[in-house]
Design a protein around this ligand. Structure first.
Ligand code: ADP
Ligand code: ADP
Length: 217
């Protein structure tokens, strides 16, 4: 199964991807996580991406498509779930071309739909583990001990781009540049809308319902 998860910042893409991976054993590829790893390693790619990420703008398409295609080609598994990519219609069509040249295609797109007014609250409350990448929320998905990762025991951090000003820019960027990706895939009839305003377990149940149907088909 090759899956794409779409949705505004804070829609719960990362949270649901972890559940999908636990159930179906796919590879989880998050463009945001890969970019943050590149930045932490101080690579050329990481340096190029920095100013875009810090302001809430998108990193240029050529850089991102190349990065994601090579991540997929290096991956040990053929099946994957993508989180945060593609984020422009151009990324989606370039990516389709690359898959097609390998005889592959995207099987399903899950579009996590969330109201703008909920985004800010989700983002400012997000905390993550710098070691394992586990994602928590200060109100909605609390760790067992406040501020500490359940698995690693490490101190949770807040992403610098989750500040209210950058979140507002990221949301604008989403409406302008990423919403057209939904229409791009709708032309292929593979998009399912999911109400992502519900709590994480309810959203997870809706996601599994769609994926189970695909697995059985
Ligand atoms: P979120 O999970 O909150 O939606 P991400 O971690 O996916 O945020 O992305 C963080 C930042 O990384 C984005 O604001 C953008 O600058 C950059 N980025 C991630 N994925 C892409 C992409 N597919 N195209 C361009 N920029 C990207
Ligand atoms: P995205 O990858 O789409 O940016 P995340 O999965 O990182 O979103 O979730 C953003 C924040 O909202 C995190 O703090 C997460 O714990 C929390 N969260 C995720 N899904 C839900 C949900 N359905 N209800 C409430 N909070 C959620």
């Amino acid at each position: 199964m090759r899956i794409v998860l779409l949705g505004a910042p804070g829609a719960g893409k990362g949270t649901q991807c972890k559940r999908i991976v636990a159930k179906y054993g796919l590879l989880h590829l998050s463009s945001g996580d890969i970019l943050r790893q590149e930045r932490a390693a101080g690579s050329e790619l990481g340096k190029k991406a920095q100013r875009y990420m810090d302001s809430g703008a998108l990193v240029p398409d050529e850089i991102i498509v190349k990065m994601m295609v090579s991540a997929i080609r290096e991956a040990p598994k053929a099946d994957f779930v993508l989180d945060g990519f593609p984020r422009t219609a151009n990324q989606a069509s370039e990516f389709d071309k690359s898959l097609a040249s390998n005889g592959e295609k995207i099987d399903i797109v899950l579009n996590l739909k969330i109201d703008d007014r909920i985004v800010a609250e989700r983002m400012t409350g997000r905390r993550s583990c710098p070691k394992c990448g586990a994602v928590y929320h200060i109100e909605n998905l609390k760790p067992k001990v406040e501020g500490i990762c359940d698995k690693e025991g490490s101190k949770l951090i807040q992403r610098p781009d989750d500040s209210p000003e950058v979140v507002a820019n990221r949301l604008k960027t989403y409406h302008l540049q990423t919403e057209p990706v939904v229409d791009y895939y709708k032309n292929n009839n593979i998009v399912y809308d999911i109400d992502a305003n519900k709590d994480a377990d309810e959203v997870g149940a809706l996601v599994f319902e769609k994926l189970d149907a695909l697995v059985k088909a």
